[in-house]
Structure formats: C-alpha cells, structure tokens
Design a protein around this ligand. Structure first.
Ligand SMILES: *Cc1c(COP(=O)(O)O)cnc(C)c1O
Length: 398
C-alpha cells in the first residue's frame, strides 16, 4: 500500500481492520445551520441527531447576540485567561451562570471553559492526585474517563446506577480524597443517574460528587438550570459541569462549585490555564441563550419537548429493536450488531431522515444503536413521521 513509508502502511492496515469490522466512522457535511431541516451533502434532510435540544443553535436572538458580541469584543480573545484573554463578557457570563446555582451550591461560582471535554479534564486532574480515588460510573463519557487518567488517581469503576455497590466501594476506601464522578443524563442511553442517593452516599463517606450535566443543562429543571434543580439537590460537595454547545446552542462549558473549588481550578486546572480563552463573543451570545432558557419561552420549549418525547414513544410499535427507557430527548433504539444498525441508518437516510448509528467503542459490544435525539425545534408532525418510518423499517429489516 505504502511500500516506501512503513509507518503509513501500519496505519493503513489498522484503518482496513476498522473497515472490516464496520467500525470506520465517516463525517457528513452539513451546508446549513443546525436545525430540523438541513442541507447535508447536497441533500435536504430532516435531522434527529443533534444535541440542540431547545433549538437555540439557530435561534434569531442568539445569532444576533453573537453578531453583537463580535462587534463589541472582536473575533478572538487573543490570549489565555491568565494573560490578557479574560474578558468582561466572560465575567458577566460566569456571574449569570453562578446565579443559577444559588440554591443548590452554597457560595456558588462558575468558571467558563472552551469545551466540556476540557472542563472535565480540568476538574478531575485538578482535584485528583495519586492519593485520590475516583469512583467512576460505568457509562461515563469519554472525557471523564480521560480526565481520570490524567489525574493519576486510583480509578474504581462502579456498575451502571448501582448505588449499593458504590456504597460498598466507598466504605472500603481509605483514600483521603474521594471523588464520585457521573454523567447525569447518560449520553448514549438517555436515562438519569440516581443523584439524590449518590449525594447521600457522598455526604456519608466524605466524597465529592462530580456531575456532568451535558445533556441536562437547559433541559431539566423548572427554570432549565439542569439536574440539580430537577432533583432539588443542595450541597457544598457538589461539583457541577454544564456544557453550552448542546441545549444552550453555542459552545463551551462551565463548572459551578463552591467558590473555594473555583479558586483552586483557576490555580491548578491546566486545560484552563494553558489554553487560549474562548472568543468573548461566544460568552456574550450565551447570555442571551441563558435568558431564553430561564424565561417563559424556555419553559414553553421544554413543555413542547416533553410532548414530543411522549408522541415518539407512543407512536412507535417495535417487535425486535429495543427502545430504551428514557424520559429525556435522548431516545436510543438498540439493534445489536454493527451492520444492521448501519443499514437501518442508511435506509432512513434514503428517506431523507437523518439519525445517527452509534457503534462500539462509544457503546458496549453488541449494543449498536440508532440514537434518536429530539429537539423543541421539531414539530409533532416531524416526530410522527420518524416514528412511522421507524416502525415500517423495523418490520421490513428484521
Ligand atoms: C458532549 C459531552 C461532553 C463534552 O462537551 P463538549 O462541550 O462537546 O466538549 C462531556 N460530557 C458529556 C456527557 C457529553 O455528552
């Protein structure tokens, strides 16, 4: 293949092996804004795969705020937060976000990051150490797994939603620093971690509870503040990560925690310190996203989204594929083997319906799935169309 370049030859062999196992990933090119109706690789598609749960990614007020932010602050930040990149827009956003956690975290402050991936690396690496133990939920997001590795802490994985097992593991640990780390809404399954029970355990065993609410912020809770509001949790031991590229429609992420935790992150979180600050215009646009999320408009969007979730679940009639139990906009259908999952996604694509097929290693072996995600930007008719197409497809493919 590459006779003169053995290193390239090795990589090519590995790529060929991915092809043989139907594990090669491909990227489709969208030519329009993130919305239900998209232009993808030159074709009109109805999309059910973004994490834009409230339809804010192309919301006219958010887009206008981004333009205004660019006029006010320019295109880029120019430096890290420690040097000269820390803008008034970042400060205003952090203050606004911290206010959402007044009743769940005492003395709450917030810290804005370029991405959720970085925020997770930062929190775990700054709070973990060789002397710490990280108790990591089995289905945690890759960024939490990588953060745990970066921290050099001892890592113990506990089974999915298994509070009893976690209790036993915490009781057996002699670590000075214990961190229980979990997704709130599991990104490939859509179910929610039993956070009230987890927090009770953490308080009993003197452990931090690190909650990655990437799929809950904006979606869960009366004012959209996420999973802590949803469960009315309150504790200084909570460390909350919300991402801002999903329901908030823009990009970046934040950590909300007690002021002392935030002070420590600013001193020690390498992904925060050694990276150029996100463009201030993004922070400026996010102020408008947060306004929408917490307003009556946001509440109405969440009510509509819940209606769509009910419609979808009631509209499907399946015999073989398994619809997972989920009340969130993440609605996966387990198919099993890789090729049938890819075939199903391809058949939907032929009909102009865009649904992502998710394969290992993102999900466990033999649980390849169609990951349907719903957005408040969808209409009830669009969701009915997908449910009908999916029911027909399952009947013909199996
Ligand atoms: C998307 C996601 C992240 C990463 O957030 P980005 O802002 O996209 O980097 C982290 N955790 C979970 C659970 C996610 O789904």
């Amino acid at each position: 293949m590459h006779p003169k370049f053995p290193l390239l030859g090795q990589l090519q062999q590995q790529l060929d092996a991915l092809d043989a196992a139907q594990l090669r990933r491909t990227r489709r090119v969208s030519e329009s804004a993130c919305a239900p109706q998209m232009q993808v690789d030159g074709k009109a598609m109805l999309a059910f795969c973004s994490n834009d749960y409230l339809g804010l990614a192309a919301h006219p007020r958010v887009v206008e705020a981004l333009q205004e932010g660019a006029s006010l602050y320019g295109a880029g930040s120019g430096a890290s937060h420690m040097i000269s990149g820390h803008s008034r827009a970042h400060v205003l956003l952090e203050e606004r976000l911290a206010g959402l956690f007044d009743s769940s975290i005492p003395s709450a402050r917030a810290l804005y990051f370029c991405t959720g991936y970085m925020a997770n690396l930062a929190v775990l690496a700054a709070l973990g150490s060789k002397e710490a133990t990280i108790f990591s939920e089995e289905l945690n997001h890759a960024s939490l797994i990588d953060g745990a590795r970066l921290s050099r802490a001892n890592v113990v994985v506990y089974p999915h939603r298994d509070v009893q097992q976690l209790d036993a593991l915490l009781a057996a640990s002699t670590s000075k620093t214990k961190l229980v780390v979990t997704d709130s809404v599991f990104s490939m399954d859509g179910d929610i971690a039993p956070l009230p029970q987890l927090l009770a355990l953490c308080e009993r065993h003197g452990a931090w509870l690190v909650v990655d609410d990437a799929h809950g912020f904006g979606v869960l809770g009366e004012q959209g503040a996420g999973v802590l509001e949803h469960f009315s949790l309150q504790s200084p031991q909570l460390i909350y990560i919300g991402t801002l590229g999903k329901a908030a429609g823009v990009g970046g992420a934040f950590v909300a925690a007690h002021a002392t935790v935030i002070d420590w992150l600013v001193q020690r979180a390498r992904p925060y310190i050694y990276s150029t600050a996100a463009p201030p215009a993004l922070a400026h646009a996010l102020l408008t996203s947060i306004d929408i999320i917490t307003s009556t408009e946001g509440k109405n969007l969440r009510t509509h989204l819940q209606q769509l979730i009910r419609d979808w679940r009631e509209g499907l009639t399946l015999k073989h594929w398994q619809l997972l139990n989920s009340d969130t906009p993440i609605q996966p259908l387990i198919i099993g083997a890789n090729q049938p999952a890819l075939d199903a996604a391809a058949a939907l694509r032929e009909q102009g319906l865009w649904v992502a097929a998710i394969r290992p290693p993102t999900v466990p072996l033999n649980t390849a799935r169609l990951r349907v995600t719903l957005s408040a930007a969808h209409s009830r008719e669009q969701v009915a169309q997908l449910a009908q197409a999916m029911t027909l497809l399952e009947a013909t493919q199996t």
